[in-house]
Design a protein around this ligand. Structure first.
Ligand code: HEC
Length: 149
């Protein structure tokens, strides 16, 4: 092999390698969608965790504000499941989501409506953390989310 080709080959290999690294650094649409929804759920969970504290403190205005935020965030859940069968590494999503997307959407609406009802009424006596989590969160997780290890 003459020198020119050796240099050409080496630079081509370097470029391919660099290309691979760049590709690895740039998340795919699938990964971005997963990060979006995982982040969203963590924000929702944090907010849901603030409800019992607001109730315990008798902070009705705060309670209503948090409930309204959860309702708003719940309206963004289905945006994170637009790519069919998108279950990348670490995702706990189950294929059932896309087998009956109407059902999944309904479960998201259930959370949205339950939270909105609390935001509107401000009736903290109606709110039982276990019941809220069990129905509004668990009602969807049961069939649509794998158990975390
Ligand atoms: C419409 C369905 C649905 C509703 C409603 C829902 N979730 Fe989830 N949740 C999921 C799915 C599906 C995943 C897994 C997403 C993934 O990993 O790709 C998830 C993931 C999560 C995660 C991150 C993964 C984990 O297990 O730590 C948290 C935290 C979470 N949900 C909390 C909640 C809480 C709290 C509520 C209620 C206030 C709630 N979710 C309501 C479907 C739902």
């Amino acid at each position: 092999m003459n020198k020119f080709f050796k240099v050409l080959l080496t630079s081509m290999m370097a470029l391919t390698l660099a290309g691979g690294l760049v590709a690895q650094d740039t998340p795919s649409a699938e990964e971005k969608e997963y990060v979006y929804r995982d982040s969203l759920f963590n924000v929702i969970a944090f907010k849901a965790g603030q409800l019992p504290a607001a109730k315990a403190q008798g902070d009705q205005a705060g309670f209503q504000e948090i409930a309204g935020e959860i309702a708003y965030l719940a309206g963004m859940i289905t945006d994170g499941f637009q790519i069919e069968n998108n279950i990348p590494e670490n995702s706990l999503a189950l294929p059932a989501i896309w087998e009956d997307f109407d059902d999944f959407t309904e479960k998201a609406h259930n959370l949205q409506n339950a939270a909105q009802a609390l935001a509107d009424s401000g009736n903290m006596d109606d709110y039982d953390p276990r019941g809220f989590g069990g129905e509004s969160c668990g009602g969807c997780h049961r069939d649509h989310k794998a158990r975390a290890n």
